[in-house]
Design a protein around this ligand. Structure first.
Ligand SMILES: C[S@@+](CC[C@H](N)C(=O)[O-])C[C@H]1O[C@@H](n2cnc3c(N)ncnc32)[C@H](O)[C@@H]1O
Length: 279
């Protein structure tokens, strides 16, 4: 063994070890923090977003998302990758989002670039499962709603039609949802999600919680939608990083649970995720 290595091992056994390792540890954490600071500074000058941030996922994270979709929906991963690529290649949808955002009353606080992140997973799951009725709570601009509608339109072209009910408490929500062809399969409902869910009449094949992210509200939504679920329905939560409501709900209702955690590329935000519960 080289003398230097022997010396390091000897120091590691003493109380001086943390002191000796300090410069190395400082360098590691400073390099990491400098990366976060650089992407934060870049974001402050290049983005206008102040909530519901959009970003790309790293290539590795997109691959993990494809495997997540494959496992939850029981489809080959190549199919999941193909559907995610199909969304990225949808130029009509991208143009609609870009031009409508640029003309909207909120344009001063929105970026023009279209970045779907985990919504590509929602898209691929709807392509895989072909649900007749999707419910999304929390519309905001309608980015996710349009992504869901785009998947439903592709399903319809293959003989598997479906609609999405998107619910938001804010009367100004959903400015992206009003243009055809996407609007033709979107029912935008303004109201409190729990109250609206209680009044649904069409069975729900895929449910997505993305509204009030408190644990109590999330739990109320799953409870309200349960009697309205179609056989084999899948429950999704956008609240994965903030609560453990969906895993507990899955446990209590005899469902399986799986989590996908986002890894944004070139962004300070640590990302959200998708929680899925299914039988
Ligand atoms: C994170 S945003 C939704 C993002 C959207 N799904 C997307 O893909 O970009 C959350 C939205 O939930 C709405 N919201 C909050 N509380 C709500 C409630 N009790 N019922 C319905 N919508 C609610 C907010 O107005 C906001 O527009």
């Amino acid at each position: 063994m080289a003398a230097a290595q022997q010396f390091r091992r000897a120091v590691a056994r003493t109380r001086l070890a943390p002191v000796a390792a300090f410069p190395f540890r400082l360098f590691k954490v400073a390099r990491y923090d400098a990366r976060v600071l650089r992407s934060s500074a870049r974001w402050l000058v290049t983005s206008r977003e102040h909530h519901n941030y959009t970003y790309e996922l790293t290539a590795l994270n997109r691959e993990h998302l494809a495997w997540f979709v494959s496992d939850v929906c029981g489809v080959p991963v190549a199919k999941a990758r193909g559907w995610m690529a199909e969304l990225e290649a949808d130029e009509a949808l991208r143009r609609h989002i870009e031009t409508t955002t640029a003309a909207s009353a909120r344009r001063g606080l929105a970026d023009r670039s279209v970045r779907y992140a985990r919504r590509a997973g929602w898209y691929a799951m709807i392509r895989a499962l072909g649900p007749a009725h999707v419910v999304e709570t929390g519309t905001d601009k309608g980015l996710g709603t349009c992504v869901i509608a785009a998947a439903l339109l592709r399903n319809a072209a293959e003989g598997r039609p479906g609609r999405v009910t998107s619910i938001d408490i804010n009367p100004e929500a959903g400015y992206l949802t009003r243009a055809d062809p996407w609007a033709a399969v979107i029912d935008l409902v303004i109201g409190d999600s729990v109250a609206v869910l209680a009044g649904l009449t069409e069975p729900v094949g895929l449910f997505l919680h993305d509204s009030d992210h408190s644990a109590a509200h999330e739990r109320r939504e799953f409870t309200a939608v349960e009697p309205r679920l179609a056989d084999g329905a899948v429950l999704l939560s956008d609240n994965l990083t903030k609560t453990d409501v969906l895993p507990h709900y899955a446990d209590a209702t005899g469902r399986r649970f799986l989590a996908f955690r986002e890894q944004p590329a070139r962004h300070w935000y640590p990302g959200d995720g998708i929680g899925a519960a299914w039988r």
